[in-house]
Every structure is written in structure tokens, then in C-alpha cells.
Design a protein around this ligand. Structure first.
Ligand code: F6P
Length: 319
């Protein structure tokens, strides 16, 4: 393989730039030409493709977002859109494609592989919702952003003796809420994997009040529902003064943590190695700190699950 393409797709995640850098530098290390595709699959369809060199990825390892821009392309979900993408790849003489993104992006990569175009997926999403890898690029940075925000919210929650419901991202997954809950000592967490927990949250709040506790932080994963609805229900059941903070897209930005930079560098470089070994339709991941790769079909059919021990621990420590 003499020419590889790289794109980022779906929601951006801090560390994507470090992954792009690793892909580019690893290709150059192996004397393989590397082409960047702007705007994800939409840019692929439109032929928004350019040759990259060592300098293209200088000074980006510390930057959030993605220098290749990103998009969620509706057109690429169609057979015609994918055909146009393949035509562009052929036109530029690209023989293999590295897709950095989440499960929606991998669906596209799998379709291209089925059509005979070799693709490798690199998991990049703050949600940490992909099976076959312990961590996705961006999760650690988003988690640290959440923790910094909640530390600040706790100050005012304590001063005003209020109950705060903090809504965090994660799409259908509860990892951000679960890890933030443990790291922040939240009184309760609400995650989609454990939907029936509101009664328990209310019971905990009541027990806390009886013990003289005057403020609480409840972290709610967006996949559970709206923090405002839960706030109303909690207020109605406990009569506590409640406030809601929806952290929103602040969670997706910022300079990547050391963990995300290292993870992204390892996964990006490994994706190049796999293509050069002749592998296709695989996702690179990290499990027990070892690089692994899995069939993308398996990744797409297996559901990511939360760490039950961590969930249990978060409850034990926030009595
Ligand atoms: O997948 C990353 C993510 O930030 C999710 O946590 C969130 O649900 C979604 O993207 C938001 O998407 P958008 O930026 O398109 O509003």
C-alpha cells in the first residue's frame, strides 16, 4: 500500500489531532503517502482531499477539535453517496482509509470495506461508548472538564445548601456520568444503563437530609432524559431547592489530557500498521493497556457496557 487517506467523522473529540498526527507521521516513517480528507465523509464525497506532509501536523498535538474538520454526512448513508466516495478515493489513488470517529463513522467504514475498499477505524468520541476498547480518544479530557465544572458547582451548592442536577453528555452511555460521579464524590448518578434509579436517588436525598446533609450533587447522563424533568420530580418528592446545570458542548473542547494524547498516538500509529499488514474492516482499541484490533462488524453489534464494579463502588462511597 503506497497511499493512505485519513478523515475524522461525527462529533469531534480532544485528541483527534494527536491521532491524525500519529497517522501522518507513521505513514511518512514507512514511506507511504498520506492524504487528509476534510469534513469527514461529506468531504470525501466532494473530493475535499489534500496531500499531507510532516509539517501539516506540526503544533497540533496539544489542540482540541480536529484540524481535518468533521461532519455527520446524511449523503454517505446512501449507496450513491458511498459510491461517490469510492470514486474520489480511486481518483486520488488512495488505497486504504483510516476513519477516526464513533460507531456511526465505523458503519461508513464497514460499508466501504464491504465494497472492497480497506478501512481501519480509530475510536474517537468523548462518550466512551464503543465496545472492544477500554477507552475512546477524548473521554479522559471530557471527564476532566466535567470534574473541573462540578468542583465549581459544588462550591455554590454548599454555600446555598442546594441540590444540583448536572447533566453530562454520553449519548446512550453512562460512562462520563459514572466516572465523573466517582471522581467527584457525587451523591448520586443517573445513567441509562440503570434506568430505574430515581426512587433510590430520592431515598438517598431524604436519608441525607435526616443526617443533616444540606447540599447534594446528582450527575445525570443525557441518555436518561432531561435534567429539568428530573429536577422537577426530585423537588416534588423532597421539597429541596434544586438547580440544573447542563454542561453541553464545553465537554467536547479543550486541550487533550496526557492520557488522550498518548492513547491517540498509539491508536493512530497502529491503524497505519494494520493497513500495511493488509488488514481491513478492523477497529484498533486498547484493552488492559494492550493494543488490540477487532472486526468492525463485531464492534457494531456488541453493546458497550458499564463497569458494574465501578457502579457498585460509586454507591458504596456516596452513602
Ligand atoms: O457523540 C458525542 C456527542 O457529544 C454526544 O455526547 C452528544 O449526544 C452528541 O455528540 C451531540 O451532538 P451534536 O454536537 O451534533 O449536537
Amino acid at each position: 500500500m503506497k497511499r493512505i487517506g485519513v478523515l475524522t467523522s461525527g462529533g469531534d473529540a480532544p485528541g483527534m489531532n494527536a491521532a491524525i498526527r500519529a497517522v501522518v507521521r507513521k505513514c511518512i516513517y514507512h514511506n507511504v503517502e498520506i492524504y487528509g480528507i476534510n469534513n469527514g465523509y461529506q468531504g470525501l464525497i466532494e473530493g475535499n482531499i489534500f496531500k499531507m506532509d510532516v509539517g501539516s501536523v506540526g503544533d497540533i498535538i496539544q489542540r482540541g477539535g480536529t484540524m481535518l474538520y468533521t461532519a455527520r454526512s446524511e449523503e454517505f448513508k446512501t449507496e450513491e453517496g458511498r459510491q461517490k466516495g469510492i470514486e474520489q478515493l480511486n481518483k486520488f489513488g488512495i488505497e486504504g482509509l483510516i476513519v477516526i470517529g464513533g460507531d456511526g463513522s465505523f458503519r461508513g467504514a464497514q460499508k466501504l470495506t464491504e465494497k472492497g475498499f480497506p478501512c481501519i477505524g480509530v475510536p474517537g468520541t468523548i462518550d466512551n461508548d464503543i465496545s472492544g476498547t477500554d477507552f475512546t480518544i477524548g473521554f479522559d479530557t471530557a471527564l476532566n472538564t466535567i470534574i473541573e465544572a462540578i468542583d465549581k458547582i459544588r462550591d455554590t451548592a454548599t454555600s446555598h445548601e442546594r441540590t444540583y442536577i448536572v447533566e453530562v453528555m454520553g449519548r446512550d452511555a453512562g460512562d462520563l456520568a459514572l466516572w465523573a460521579g466517582l471522581a467527584d464524590g457525587a451523591e448520586s448518578i443517573l445513567i441509562p444503563e440503570k434506568k430505574d434509579d430515581l426512587d433510590e436517588v430520592i431515598a438517598r436525598l431524604r436519608r441525607g437530609v435526616e443526617r443533616g446533609k444540606r447540599h447534594s450533587i446528582i450527575i445525570l447522563a443525557e441518555g436518561v432524559g432531561s435534567a429539568f424533568d428530573y429536577s422537577d420530580q426530585i423537588k416534588a418528592a423532597t421539597n429541596l431547592e434544586t438547580r440544573v446545570t447542563v454542561l453541553g458542548h464545553i465537554q467536547r473542547g479543550g486541550s487533550p489530557t496526557a492520557n488522550d494524547r498518548v492513547l491517540a498516538s498509539r491508536l493512530g500509529a497502529q491503524a497505519v500498521e494494520l493497513l500495511l499488514e493488509g488488514k481491513e474492516g478492523r477497529m484498533v482499541g486498547i484493552q488492559k493497556n494492550q493494543l488490540v484490533d477487532h472486526d468492525i462488524n463485531d464492534i457494531l453489534t456488541q453493546k458497550h457496557s458499564i463497569d458494574e464494579d465501578m457502579y457498585k463502588l460509586s454507591k458504596e462511597l456516596s452513602i
